[in-house]
Ligand binder design. Structure first.
Ligand SMILES: Cc1cc2nc3c(=O)[nH]c(=O)nc-3n(C[C@H](O)[C@H](O)[C@H](O)COP(=O)(O)O)c2cc1C
Length: 155
């Protein structure tokens, strides 16, 4: 299956995790990895499955590298009907009221344009005891398996 990993980051954690997820999946799939700062809404296509990996910054905001994409999405009439994606968030529960808002907002931007979310949003807590990859790798395997059912392709 063709998989595109897109990350939104402020200080690089989501980028490192996205690259680790790519390394984990690329034996069995055709995987690319890009910063959301390099992606326009019109680049999103229904011929691949999107794994979005995004942190939260400021006061529950999207991280800097995701903000231009979010602004373009808000101002765009692009249709993402037929596009499938899953979301993984990086956040910190110390930020009680805005915990992982960024990944939530990113998922909302996608579904508002007609894209279909696969699986529940899964998040990592920087104040927790788990390593991000220990949560993200099983998440990626699970949503890729689900997506391949939806897309009718062998995982
Ligand atoms: C200044 C600052 C603000 C943050 N704000 C939030 C927040 O509002 N909500 C949240 O869940 N995490 C917040 N975090 C935690 C980050 O999302 C977390 O550290 C994440 O791993 C950063 O990933 P990145 O390097 O890819 O941006 C904040 C971290 C910093 C340093």
């Amino acid at each position: 299956m063709k998989i595109a990993i897109l990350y939104g980051t402020e200080t690089g954690n989501a980028e490192m995790l996205a690259e680790d997820i790519m390394a984990e999946l690329e034996g069995a799939h055709e995987v690319t990895c890009a910063n959301l700062s390099d992606i326009a809404p019109a680049d999103i296509s229904d011929d691949r499955f999107y794994l979005l990996v995004c942190s939260t910054y400021g006061d529950g905001d999207l991280p800097a590298s995701a903000q231009p994409f979010a602004e373009s999405m808000d101002g765009s009439d692009v249709s993402l009907a037929g596009v499938h994606f899953a979301v993984f968030g990086l956040g910190d529960s110390e930020y009680d009221e805005t915990y992982n808002n960024g990944s939530f907002r990113l998922a909302e931007l996608m579904t508002a344009k007609g894209a279909t979310q696969i699986g529940e949003r899964v998040v990592h807590d920087a104040s927790g005891s788990d390593l991000a990859e220990d949560i993200a790798f099983p998440w990626a395997e699970a949503v890729v398996a689900q997506a391949s059912e939806h897309l009718g392709q062998a995982a």
